[in-house]
Design a protein around this ligand. Structure first.
Ligand code: MOS
Length: 713
C-alpha cells in the first residue's frame, strides 16, 4: 500500500467540479466583492485623492484609502514571518510599484473594479532605485538569513587557495526575478458573524494565516477560523498573508456581510512576492586531478528595506562537495521594489543553477568528464557541519542516471556534433535539497461503523496530501484505503506546518503513523490477544469510537537533526539541440534520478519531481520578470509576456526514484520531494547548451540573443 501509485482520492472531485476552491465557496451566503487598486508609481507620495465618483458608482458599498481604512496593528519586521501583522492602506508613502492605495467593495466584482478605475490619485513622484546591477555596490552582507541560517560561512583561506590554483574558475552569474503562478489565483472569502471571522482562503499554511490575521486585526486567534480545503497550487506564493486576504477580512468586519476578493493574474506581479534577482560570484579551485580545494559562492540579491527577505542562495554550496577552503555569503541590496518571498525551491533553484554551471566550466578546463568530476568530490560528511550526511546517494544517482541516459554517447568536445542545422549537446548537474521537519500533530478517529478519519490542518496544494495520508493510515491500521477519509486544512484540526519547504508529506505522515501505532496498541490491549478485524474490536470495546493523536517533533528536538545533515539528492541529465543559425534551443530529452527516502505514492511523487524538473528547465531557458528601470514597474507582468515552458517545450522527460529508505530521517524512512526536482535540473540544461554550442551564457535565462554572437560559424 505504501509506495503504490494509487490515483488521487480527490481526483474525481476535482475533475467533476465538486472540489470547491476559496473563491467559489458558497458557505457564507451572498457575498460582496472587493477590488484592490495599486499605485501607478514606484516611489513617492500620494498628494491628493478623489473618491467621489467611485463612491457614487453603482453597487459600491465602501471605498477605502489610507485616509479612512480601519486601524490595524503596525507592521513589525520581527522574526516570526507568519505571526506578524500585515496592515494595508496605512500611509500615503509609496515605496514599491503597485502597492495598494485603495480598496473598493461593491455588489459585484465588475462594479468594484469599474469604481476602482474612477478613483483619481495624484502623486509626487520621486526617483527610485530599481536596478540591481546599478546599485550592487550598496549590497550589505547579512549575518543571518530570514529563514534562520547564517549569512556567511568561512573555512580555511579561499583567497590563498584561489591564488595557488592550479586550476580555477571565477565568474559572475546572474539570475532574474521569478514569480510563482499557481493556476488558482490568490483569493479569499471572509465572513464576519457574531464576533467570529471565518476565512476561506487559498493558503499553504492555515494556522499561520490565522496568526497573521489575528495580529493584523487585533483579534484573538480563537475568533478566527481558516479553511483551505482545496488549493490550486502554491509554490511559496501562498505561504504569507497578502492584501486580498487582509482587506477581505477588514471589509467583512466593517460591513457585516461576506466579502470576496480575488487578485488578477497581473496583480500577482505587484501584490505577491517574487524570487529576487541575484548576482552570484562563484569561485572554484581544484588540483589537476579534479579535487576541489576551494568553493566560494557570494550572492548579492535585491531586497526591500522595510521587509527584507533572504533567498538562501549559497546555502546549498555548503553541503554539496568537499573542499578545505570555503566561503559562502549573502548580501541584500535594498531597492524600491517590493519584498521578495519564497518561490519554489528558494535558494537551491538559482543557487544550483549557477553553481553547477560553474562546476561544468571547471570540468571543461580540467578535461575531466562532468559526472566523474562530481563523483570525485562527493563526501559522506557534511563539509561545513562536520556531520554524517543522511542517505547521501548523490554518486548512486549520477551513476544510475549516466547509465540510463546513455551518457557514454556525450560529445566530449563542445560544438562538435551536428545533425543538419542542429548542434547537439549533453549536460549533467547534481541535485540537492535540504530536508526540514517541524512540530506536527495528527488525530485519527476510528468509527465503529467501519471508517477511519484522519484530521490535520495540513493542506493539499495539489501535491497529493489527501491521498498519501490515507495510504499511511490504511497501512498503519491494516484497513483498505477506501475506508479512510482525510480531513485537512481547517484551523480547528491539529496543528501542522502546512505545505512549504517540501516538509509537509514527511511531517504529517510520521505523525499519522504514530497515531496509528497508539490506536493499535489500545485495541490490542483491549482485545487481550492479537486481533484480525480492527473494526470488530472497536465495536466491541469502544462503541463510541476510538481516537488517538500522533506527533512529529520539531527538528530542534529530534536527535536525527543534530546528528545528521538532512538532505535529499539527485542527478539530472539533459540533451538539447540548438539551431546553429538562429540559436533556437530545443530540449530533446531529460532524465532525473532521485534518492529521497521511501516514496509513499509513486504516481504523485513522480508528478512532483517532473513538475520540479520543468521549473529547472524554465529557469535555464525561459523565466525572467523584468523591472522597468525608470518606473519600477514589471515590464512583462502577465503570462502573455512572462515566458514559461509550454507542452511543446517539454519533450521526453522522466523521473526515476531510487529504491530508498532513509533510516536517519524518521521511522518511516521518508523525506520531502516537492522541490527536489527543481534543484539543479536547470544546470543540466544550461550545461547541455554549452556542450552543444561552446557558448557559455552566465546571465539566466539563456536566450537566443545571448547565444547568437558566440555560435560557431
Ligand atoms: Mo515552497 S517555496 O512553499 O514551494
Amino acid at each position: 500500500m505504501i509506495g503504490e501509485g494509487i490515483n488521487r482520492l480527490d481526483g474525481p472531485l476535482k475533475v467533476t467540479g465538486r472540489a470547491v476552491y476559496s473563491y467559489e465557496r458558497q458557505d457564507a451566503g451572498k457575498p460582496l466583492y472587493g477590488y484592490i487598486l495599486g499605485a501607478s508609481i514606484g516611489k513617492g507620495r500620494i498628494t491628493s485623492i478623489d473618491t467621489q465618483a467611485a463612491e457614487a458608482a453603482p453597487g459600491v458599498r465602501l471605498v477605502w484609502t489610507h485616509k479612512n481604512a480601519p486601524e490595524q496593528a503596525p507592521f513589525k519586521n520581527k522574526p516570526d514571518m507568519f505571526g506578524r501583522a500585515h496592515p494595508e492602506l496605512t500611509s500615503d508613502i509609496i515605496d514599491y510599484y503597485g502597492k495598494p492605495v485603495a480598496f473598493v467593495v461593491a455588489d459585484s466584482y465588475e462594479e468594484a473594479r469599474a469604481a476602482a478605475g474612477m478613483i483619481e490619485m495624484a502623486y509626487d513622484v520621486q526617483p527610485g532605485a530599481y536596478d540591481l546591477a546599478e546599485h550592487a555596490d550598496k549590497g550589505e552582507w547579512q549575518e543571518t538569513l530570514t529563514i534562520g541560517p547564517k549569512g556567511e560561512t568561512r573555512f580555511g583561506d579561499i583567497d590563498k587557495a584561489m591564488a595557488e590554483g592550479p586550476v580555477t574558475i571565477e565568474a559572475d552569474y546572474t539570475t532574474p526575478y521569478h514569480f510563482s503562478h499557481p493556476i488558482e489565483l490568490p483569493a479569499c472569502l471572509a465572513d464576519w458573524k457574531d464576533g467570529h471571522l471565518t476565512v476561506y482562503v487559498t493558503a499553504q499554511m492555515v494556522a499561520q494565516f490565522r496568526g497573521g490575521l489575528a495580529a493584523t486585526l487585533k483579534l484573538d486567534k480563537s475568533q478566527i477560523t481558516v479553511d483551505s480545503a482545496f488549493v490550486g497550487g502554491g509554490f511559496g506564493s501562498k505561504l504569507f498573508l497578502h492584501a486580498e486576504t487582509v482587506l477581505a477580512c477588514l471589509a467583512t468586519r466593517a460591513i457585516g456581510k461576506p466579502v470576496k476578493v480575488l487578485l488578477t493574474r497581473r496583480q500577482i506581479f505587484t501584490l505577491v512576492g517574487h524570487r529576487p534577482a541575484i548576482i552570484n560570484r562563484i569561485r572554484l579551485a581544484a588540483t589537476p586531478d579534479g579535487r576541489l580545494t576551494a568553493i566560494g559562492h557570494d550572492a548579492n540579491m535585491q531586497s526591500f528595506g522595510p521587509e527584507p527577505w533572504s533567498e538562501p542562495v549559497a546555502t546549498v554550496a555548503r553541503s554539496l562537495y568537499a573542499a578545505p577552503n570555503r566561503l559562502t555569503r549573502h548580501a541584500h541590496t535594498s531597492l524600491d521594489i517590493k519584498t521578495a518571498e519564497a518561490v519554489r525551491a528558494p535558494g537551491e533553484l538559482p543557487g544550483l543553477l549557477v553553481f553547477e554551471s560553474a562546476l561544468d566550466e571547471l570540468g571543461e578546463k580540467l578535461g575531466i568528464d562532468p559526472v566523474e568530476l562530481r563523483i570525485r568530490n562527493d563526501t559522506d560528511i557534511d563539509p561545513e557541519l562536520n556531520l554524517p550526511m543522511n542517505g547521501r546517494r548523490l554518486a548512486d544517482c549520477l551513476r544510475e542516471g549516466a547509465k540510463r541516459f546513455g551518457w557514454d554517447n556525450r560529445p566530449t568536445v563542445p560544438a562538435s556534433r551536428r545533425e543538419g542545422r542542429w548542434l547537439i549537446g549533453y549536460g549533467v548537474a547534481s541535485c540537492m535539497r535540504a530536508h526540514f521537519q517541524g512540530p506536527t500533530e495528527v488525530k485519527i478517529r476510528i468509527e465503529p461503523e467501519g471508517r477511519v478519519i484522519v484530521y490535520s490542518d495540513m493542506t493539499d496544494i495539489g501535491t497529493g496530501t489527501y491521498t498519501i495520508l490515507a495510504q499511511v493510515a490504511a497501512a498503519g491500521l491494516g484497513v483498505p484505503v477506501g475506508q479512510v477519509k482525510v480531513e485537512l486544512a481547517r484551523t480547528e484540526f491539529p496543528l501542522s506546518q502546512g505545505s512549504g519547504g517540501s516538509w509537509g508529506a514527511a511531517n504529517t505522515s510520521v505523525a499519522t503513523d504514530r497515531a496509528c501505532q497508539t490506536l493499535r496498541e489500545k485495541i490490542a490491549a483491549a482485545a487481550g490477544t492479537g486481533y484480525n478485524d480492527l473494526f470488530a474490536e472497536v465495536r466491541r470495546h469502544f462503541p463510541q469510537g476510538l481516537e488517538a493523536s500522533g506527533k512529529t517533533l520539531s527538528s530542534t528536538d529530534d536527535p536525527n537533526f543534530s546528528k545528521f545533515s538532512q538532505n535529499t539528492y539527485g542527478a539530472a541529465f539533459a540533451e538539447v539541440a540548438v539551431d546553429g543559425d538562429t540559436g533556437e534551443m530545443r530540449l530533446r530529452r531529460m532524465l532525473g534520478v532521485f534518492a529521497a527516502g521511501r516514496i509513499i505514492n509513486a504516481k504523485t511523487a513522480r508528478s512532483q519531481l517532473i513538475g520540479g524538473m520543468i521549473w529547472g528547465i524554465s529557469a535555464a531557458l525561459h523565466e525572467a520578470a523584468s523591472v522597468d528601470p525608470r518606473h519600477g514597474s514589471w515590464v512583462n507582468g502577465d503570462l502573455a509576456e512572462y515566458l514559461i515552458p509550454v507542452h511543446a517545450d517539454i519533450p521526453a522527460i522522466d523521473a526515476v526514484m531510487l529504491d530508498d529508505y532513509d533510516e536517519h530521517a524518521n521511522h518511516l524512512g521518508m523525506k520531502g520531494i516537492g522541490e527536489l526536482g527543481a534543484c539543479g535540473t536547470g544546470g543540466a540544461v544550461a550545461n547541455a547548451v554549452y556542450n552543444a554550442t561552446g557558448v557559455r551564457v552566465r546571465d539566466f535565462p539563456i536566450t537566443l540573443a545571448k547565444l547568437l554572437p558566440g555560435l560557431p560559424v
